[in-house]
Design a protein around this ligand. Structure first.
Ligand code: ADP
Length: 256
């Protein structure tokens, strides 16, 4: 807000004072637009699985349920739609946390077993893609942080590294202390062009929509990484080369 006050003397000799307040609306407009875009993206993303669910239930009720094979096939699709809705809702809620109204407790994280546990939930894909995963960080290292924010950051980075790796690829995970605490996830996957690197932290931005959606991606993971890292007072950086792979590093304040 610019507060202006102007004083001048008119020809009639009177002394006038003009008061004016000018608002800098650019930032307000930008925020309004971001909010509108977000709402319209959310509705679009939610509509797709709901429309599919309604279509399949209607077809089943119209008689398709009599054929056991069709029934099974349709139920499987409907389960996928429901899971997608569940994930979208969970991630949208995660994004709406701004840290202002919630206080998170600090917890000591045993980094090695924490990483192994996250990896174990992707055991199936890791095996199918024959990925070679190495954890470089020392197995005795700990980091004290707000777990509810730290966990989704690491989970999303590891999930992406697995998701966007090619068969037989390698993933290297490192963590430790330099000037700050760092957690790094490096993959030898499809990579991200310089142009796309500027946008991947935006909500719902996906380089390849079809590919991301097919593998269950929502385009919200990296915005959560970005927001939560900021809430923890840190930064996230990316180094990536198309076709060669990507390295995401989160730097956070030292605590232990
Ligand atoms: P998604 O749910 O689609 O994975 P994210 O917000 O996690 O959404 O990531 C946004 C986009 O950034 C992805 O759709 C993908 O195109 C790209 N991306 C993220 N991580 C990687 C990675 N490790 N390698 C290549 N591309 C990536």
């Amino acid at each position: 807000i610019l507060d202006m006050s102007l004083r001048f003397i008119e020809e009639d000799g009177n002394d006038y004072q003009v008061l004016g307040i000018a608002y800098d609306l650019t930032r307000v407009r930008q925020l309004e637009k971001m909010q509108k875009d977000f709402v319209s993206n959310v509705s679009h993303e939610l509509k797709t699985p709901v429309t599919s669910l309604l279509g399949f239930t209607e077809t089943l009720l119209d008689g398709a349920k009599e054929d056991p094979e069709t029934l099974r096939q349709f139920l499987e699709i409907m389960q996928k739609d429901a899971l997608r809705l569940q994930q979208l809702i969970q991630e949208i809620l995660q994004l709406s946390r701004d840290g202002k109204n919630i206080t998170y407790d600090d917890q000591q994280v045993m980094l090695f077993s924490f990483t192994q546990e996250i990896l174990s939930s992707y055991r199936k894909t890791i095996k199918e893609k024959n990925l070679k995963i190495t954890i470089l960080g020392a197995d005795t290292l700990t980091y004290t942080t707000k777990y509810e924010l730290f966990y989704p950051i690491v989970k999303n980075l590891i999930e992406n590294a697995i998701q966007y790796s090619k068969t037989g690829g390698t993933i290297t995970i490192d963590f430790g202390y330099k000037e700050q605490f760092f957690f790094m996830v490096k993959d030898s996957g499809i990579g991200i062009s310089t142009k796309d690197q500027e946008r991947i932290f935006e909500r719902f931005y996906r380089v390849d929509k079809a590919r991301s959606r097919h593998s269950g991606g929502t385009g919200l993971g990296l915005s959560i990484v970005h927001n939560y890292t900021e809430l923890l007072g840190g930064t996230v950086t990316i180094v990536s080369h198309l076709g060669l792979g990507s390295t995401f590093t989160v730097n956070l304040p030292k605590t232990t």
